[in-house]
Design a protein around this ligand. Structure first.
Ligand SMILES: Cc1cc2nc3c(=O)[nH]c(=O)nc-3n(C[C@H](O)[C@H](O)[C@H](O)COP(=O)(O)OP(=O)(O)OC[C@H]3O[C@@H](n4cnc5c(N)ncnc54)[C@H](O)[C@@H]3O)c2cc1C
Length: 497
C-alpha cells in the first residue's frame, strides 16, 4: 500500500466512485480504498442467503436521481447498458378501508384519479415542477454555495415557486392545499424520506423534488438486476481508465493511506476527524464535530412466495409504496421517532422490484425491500412491526412471507460506517444542514487539511444516488491540486462497430 498515486478515494459508494471516475478520466492515477468486502456502499445488490437466486438491494433501490442528476446525465447509464425500468406507477400510499393514493408517472392521470379540487391542486403543485425538472434539480441538487448553472433566467420563477411551495408544505400551512386525505397522504409519504418531524422544510423540499421527478421524464426507475448495476457501470469505467479498487481496506489512521497528492473521503466528517486528528485546523474541526446525525432506518428484507396482496390491487403495480396511512398518522409516527420512541405503527417504505423486473424473481420467489423509521441507534428488530404495517393494508401478507432478515439501525454501520446509528442520510436532513452541509465553510468539500476533501452524502447536495458530491469535490481537486482547468468528459465509449 505504499506505492504513490495521484489521488486516493476512501469509500466506494456512488459519490466515491463518481469522484474516482472523474479523476481517472482526467488522466490521474486513482485508488479507491473500501472498508467492506464488496464495492458500492449504499448501492449494493447482494445475495443475503435468504433464498436461492434471490438478491436484495441492501440500501437504495429506487433511482429518480440516477437519471436526473447532472453527473449521471453526463455519464449516461443507459448508454452503458444499465436498464432503468420505469414503473407506470411511481409510488402509492395505501389507506385504511382498502383505499389508496396512486401517483402515476403521468401527472394528469394522477390528478384524474384523485379527482375534484384535490386532483387539480396536485396538478397545480407538481405539474409545473415536473415540466421544469431541470431547474428544480439545479436548485435542489446544487452545492448551495454558487448560483446553480442550470438555473436560466426563466428559472427564477421556478425558484420562487419552489421556495413558496416548500414554505407551504413544510409548515403548519400544509393542510391548506388539500381537502381530502388521499393527495395529502401521497405527498407526505414522499416527504417522509427525509426522516424528520412532519411538516418540516427538509421534508417539504424532499417531497417537492422527488414528487416532481415522479412525474418527469425518467420517473422513479428501478435498475434491471438491482442498484448494483449502477455500481458495476461506475467500476467498469474506473477500471477502463486505469483506476483500481481495493476492498477490505478500512482507513482508520494515516498509516492506512498510501502517499498521494489528494485524498477524497466518501465518508462522514467523523472519519476525517478520526484519521487526521489534530491536523484539522481547530475551527474546521469544531464545525465538523458539530455536524448532526439524524434518526434512523431499520432494514427488513423479505423473500415472498407471491406478490404482496394489497387490498387495493393498483398499489401492487407501484415501484415504491409508502406504508403509514394518512398524513396525520405518518406525522404522529415521525413525531414519535423524533422524540426518541418507536412508533406503534412506524413509517415503512416498500419496494417490490419484480413489478418492473421479473428477472429479480427465481423459482416462484421474489425479494421485497423495506425499511422502517426508528430512533437513532435503535437495536430493535422491527420485522414484526413492519409485517403488521404491511398486513394492515395487505391482508394475507404474512402468508406469502417465506423468510426475512432485519438489520436494526444500530447495526447499519457494520455494513457501512457512513450510517451512524442507522442514519441512512449520513447527516440529519434539516433545512440548516441541507444548506450548511457539512458546515458553513465556503467550500463545503474542503476539510481545512491540505489536499483532503469530503465527497459523501454528508456534503451537498446530501443523500441519494446522484454522484454529485463526488463529482463536485473531484472537479475542485482537479483545479486546485492538479491545476487542470478543463473538465474531463464522462461520456461512455462509442458502441463497437
Ligand atoms: C436502507 C436505505 C435505503 C435507501 N434508499 C435509497 C433509494 O431508494 N434511492 C436513493 O437514491 N438513495 C437511497 N438511499 C441513500 C443512498 O444509498 C445514499 O445516500 C448513497 O449511497 C450515498 O452515497 P455515498 O457515496 O455518499 O456513500 P455510501 O453509499 O454510504 O458509501 C460510503 C462507502 O464508504 C465506505 N467507508 C466508510 N468509511 C470508510 C473508511 N473509514 N474506510 C474505507 N471505507 C469506508 C463504506 O463502506 C461505503 O462503501 C438509501 C440508503 C439506505 C441505507
Amino acid at each position: 500500500m505504499s506505492e504513490t498515486v495521484d489521488a486516493v478515494v476512501v469509500g466506494s459508494g456512488p459519490n466515491g466512485l463518481a469522484a474516482a471516475v472523474t479523476l481517472a478520466r482526467a488522466g490521474l492515477t486513482v485508488r479507491v480504498l473500501e472498508a467492506q468486502p464488496t464495492v458500492g456502499g449504499g448501492a449494493r445488490t447482494l445475495d443475503l442467503g435468504l433464498a436461492d437466486g434471490i438478491e436484495h438491494d441492501i440500501c437504495s433501490a429506487v433511482h429518480p436521481l440516477a437519471w436526473a442528476s447532472p453527473f449521471f446525465e453526463a455519464f449516461d447509464l443507459r448508454a452503458r447498458g444499465v436498464d432503468l425500468l420505469v414503473p407506470e406507477i411511481s409510488f402509492a400510499q395505501p389507506l385504511d378501508e382498502g383505499r389508496a393514493g396512486i401517483a402515476y408517472h403521468s401527472v394528469e392521470r394522477t390528478a384524474e384519479r384523485i379527482g375534484g379540487p384535490d386532483g387539480a391542486a396536485w396538478s397545480a403543485l407538481l405539474g409545473p415542477f415536473s415540466r421544469s425538472w431541470r431547474e428544480v434539480v439545479a436548485l435542489a441538487l446544487g452545492d448551495k454555495r454558487s448560483i446553480p448553472s442550470g438555473l436560466v433566467p426563466g428559472g427564477l420563477t421556478t425558484a420562487a415557486r419552489f421556495g413558496a411551495a416548500v414554505l407551504e408544505q413544510g409548515t403548519r400551512a400544509w393542510n391548506r392545499r388539500f381537502a381530502g386525505d388521499e393527495a395529502a397522504a401521497l405527498l407526505t409519504g414522499v416527504a417522509a424520506h427525509a426522516i424528520t418531524p412532519l411538516p418540516s422544510l427538509g421534508g417539504a423540499g424532499t417531497a417537492l423534488l422527488l414528487g416532481s421527478l415522479a412525474h418527469a421524464e425518467g420517473g422513479w426507475p428501478i435498475p434491471r438486476g438491482g442498484s448494483g448495476a449502477i455500481v458495476a457501470a461506475l467500476v467498469a469505467d474506473l477500471l477502463a481508465h486505469g483506476g483500481e479498487v481495493v476492498t477490505d481496506h478500512p482507513v482508520r489512521t494515516r498509516r492506512d493511506l498510501p502517499p498521494a497528492r489528494a485524498y477524497l473521503f466518501d465518508t462522514t466528517p467523523r472519519a476525517v476527524l478520526e484519521v487526521f486528528g489534530e491536523r484539522v485546523p481547530t475551527k474546521a474541526a469544531q464545525a465538523l464535530a458539530r455536524f448532526r446525525y439524524g434518526n434512523a432506518a431499520a432494514k427488513v428484507d423479505f423473500v415472498l412466495s407471491g406478490p404482496v396482496p394489497w387490498a387495493e390491487p393498483e398499489v401492487g403495480r407501484a415501484g415504491t409504496v409508502h406504508v403509514g396511512g394518512s398524513r396525520a398518522q405518518m406525522a404522529a409516527a415521525e413525531a414519535a421517532v423524533a422524540a426518541g420512541r418507536h412508533a406503534g405503527r412506524p413509517l415503512v417504505l416498500v419496494s417490490d422490484p419484480t413489478v418492473v423486473d421479473p428477472s429479480r424473481g427465481s423459482g416462484g420467489l421474489r425479494p421485497l425491500w423495506s425499511y422502517a423509521h426508528v430512533p437513532a441507534g435503535s437495536t430493535v428488530d422491527v420485522t414484526e412491526a413492519v409485517t403488521a404495517q404491511i398486513e394492515r393494508f395487505a391482508p394475507g401478507f404474512r402468508d406469502v412471507v417465506v423468510s426475512s432478515r432485519c438489520v436494526p439501525a444500530a447495526h447499519m454501520s457494520e455494513h457501512n460506517a457512513n450510517y451512524v446509528g442507522g442514519d441512512i442520510a449520513a447527516g440529519a436532513v434539516t433545512m440548516w444542514q441541507m444548506v450548511a452541509r457539512p458546515s458553513l465553510r465556503r467550500d463545503p468539500y474542503d476539510t481545512g487539511v491540505d489536499g483532503v476533501y469530503l465527497c459523501s452524502a454528508s456534503t451537498p447536495p446530501g443523500p441519494g444516488v446522484h454522484g454529485l458530491g463526488g463529482w463536485n469535490a473531484a472537479r475542485r481537486v482537479l483545479r486546485r491540486e492538479f491545476d487542470l482547468r478543463s473538465e474531463p468528459s464522462l461520456a461512455p465509449p462509442p458502441p463497437p462497430r
